[in-house]
Design a binder for this molecule. Structure first.
Ligand SMILES: Cc1cc2nc3c(=O)[nH]c(=O)nc-3n(C[C@H](O)[C@H](O)[C@H](O)COP(=O)(O)OP(=O)(O)OC[C@H]3O[C@@H](n4cnc5c(N)ncnc54)[C@H](O)[C@@H]3O)c2cc1C
Length: 483
């Protein structure tokens, strides 16, 4: 098949029979359901870009097996040029949503690519698993799958898990294995985009202790979302309406988050990447290079999101005539610094990239670690700045239908500003509201706080893995100086 277009994508998710629940309703067709169709259309538009004559050269490359165009995020980068070419493709996708579609499928595509290149890593566990990683990569690339992933067990009792041992009653675990595959039972949180994805990666993320009773919690596999026994339970939908003016972001980019329940789900052997080896599971993300490639995609999303927020903040201050106040400039400058910091991290990760032991050009980890540890603080702060600089304008935004009411003249008169008439101004501030105040906005803030995991433990991990000794040595050398 090769690179899909939007219609191919929509047809794929329409036809499969995944078990998706929203409240008391089992959703039969996600492409027409009011809670999901807006985002489904947006993802279809991403796939359409792969066939846009002006863009397709920057969105696709030639499949090494079929010679057909395939999505560029599947490219195995061998040079820095390859990395930058891939970045360009990711920028096109991410700028489309102002970075608000955090789970466009390039995020997982690079993970699948890196896993295939590091096939020997999985072969250490079982030679079949290395083959699985390679075969799955080809399958995903040639079918241009849209994927999500789920890594974390539910928060039933975190005090049980502090030692690295998951809570046994609810955590996803292997309960059986037979000639066909492994059987898993339990739940995972969360799978963003779950209802709109073709397949789901179920990988380990937390550090598991290498104890015999932990082995059943140690695995990595991929399966179609429409696998018998797999259920997705949606949170409340945050797309409150379909008006592009009133709900400019949530009507388009409501990705939906789901709890994923596995009721004795059979995972065929050819979909298993790791099994019963807590040590290999715990080291998987950094050692295979998956983490670095995903972090690069995420940094591009962070850049696009920072650009979008900065653009909105500048538009808002212009509309309000507040651009010349120093404290306003100081706050806007803070957002500029955030954007430029993200850009610098991306550039450094590409400039310092090196061929890794799997023969892949891997972006440098240190600048990406800096980016992924600082954005969880930057993003909420930029949203706060938007609130502080917009104030009541975030509430003085009657819905667009008010222009068809007897009070339209009042709105035209009282809500215009020197630079924008009332309609334009309301349009802008509805956007600002969907970034700063709506349910969609609150979810985006939470999402960024926890994107790569608990920020406290992420920082602790950075502290533990960063090579501090040369710096301590330098201080000691200075202290020993006599001249
Ligand atoms: C909007 C949204 C979308 C998401 N989408 C996805 C997705 O698509 N796929 C996916 O896999 N995950 C997703 N997640 C889940 C995300 O990965 C987790 O939220 C994140 O890893 C933190 O885990 P947790 O929520 O279980 O919080 P916890 O780890 O339970 O942390 C909660 C609080 O308890 C503290 N705490 C808990 N345990 C410890 C401990 N052992 N030591 C110290 N402090 C501790 C933390 O510091 C924190 O303050 C999503 C989350 C959100 C909010």
């Amino acid at each position: 098949m090769g690179a899909r277009n939007g219609a191919d994508y929509l047809e794929g998710i329409k036809q499969r029979d995944a078990e998706i629940w929203l409240g008391d309703e089992r959703i039969a067709d996600v492409t027409v359901h009011p809670a999901l169709r807006g985002c489904a259309q947006s993802i279809a538009q991403l796939y359409d870009m792969q066939h846009d004559v002006k863009l397709c050269d920057e969105m696709t490359y030639t499949s090494p097996t079929t010679g057909d165009p395939v999505g560029l995020s599947f490219l195995t980068p061998r040079t820095v040029d390859d990395l930058q070419r891939r970045s360009q493709m990711m920028f096109h996708w991410s700028r489309f949503s102002g970075g608000m579609l955090g789970r466009s499928s390039d995020y997982i595509n690079v993970e699948i690519m890196a896993a295939a290149a590091a096939a020997d890593y999985y072969s250490q566990n079982d030679p079949r698993f290395g083959e699985n990683a390679q075969n799955y990569y080809e399958y995903a690339r040639e079918n241009d799958l849209c994927m999500t992933h789920t890594l974390v067990n539910p928060q039933s009792n975190r005090s049980l898990t502090a030692s690295g041992h998951p809570s046994a009653d609810v955590a996803l675990r292997i309960v059986d294995e037979n000639a066909d595959g492994i059987v898993v039972r339990g739940a995972r949180i969360l799978a963003t985009l779950g209802p709109l994805a073709d397949e789901i990666m179920v990988f380990p993320s937390t550090v598991l202790k290498a104890a015999a009773d932990t082995a059943s919690f140690a695995f990595a596999f991929t399966i179609p979302c429409a696998t018998p026994g797999l259920k997705m339970i949606c949170r409340e939908a945050l797309a409150y309406g379909e008006s592009r003016v009133d709900y400019p972001l949530s009507s388009r980019f409501e990705e939906m988050d789901t709890i994923v329940v596995f009721d004795d789900v059979l995972v065929p052997w050819d979909r298993v990447f790791l099994k019963s080896d807590p040590d290999l599971c715990s080291r998987h993300f950094p050692e295979t290079g998956c983490l670095a490639h995903m972090a690069q995609q995420v940094t591009i999303k962070n850049i696009c999101k920072s650009e979008f927020l900065l653009g909105i903040i500048c538009s808002v201050t212009e509309a309000l005539g507040s651009t010349e106040f120093q404290h306003v400039q100081e706050k806007v400058a803070e957002c500029i610094i955030n954007l430029e910091t993200m850009k610098a991290c991306l550039r450094a990760s590409e400039a310092d990239a090196k061929i890794d032991k799997w023969g892949v050009m891997r972006p440098a980890a240190a600048p990406l670690d800096a980016a992924r540890n600082s954005f969880p603080r930057m993003y909420p702060r930029m949203v706060e700045i938007l609130q502080l600089l917009s104030a009541s304008s975030l509430m003085m935004i009657p819905p667009n239908s008010a222009f068809a009411s007897p009070v339209a003249q009042d709105i035209d008169r009282y809500l215009a500003s020197p630079k924008r008439d009332a309609r334009d101004r309301i349009k802008l501030f509805r956007l600002a509201w969907d970034v700063a105040c709506s349910g969609f906005a609150g979810r985006q803030v939470l999402y960024e706080r926890f994107f790569f995991g608990d920020p406290v433990r992420m920082m602790s991990m950075l502290y533990r893995t960063y090579d501090k000794q040369p710096l301590i040595n330098r201080v000691n050398e200075f202290l020993d100086r006599e001249d």
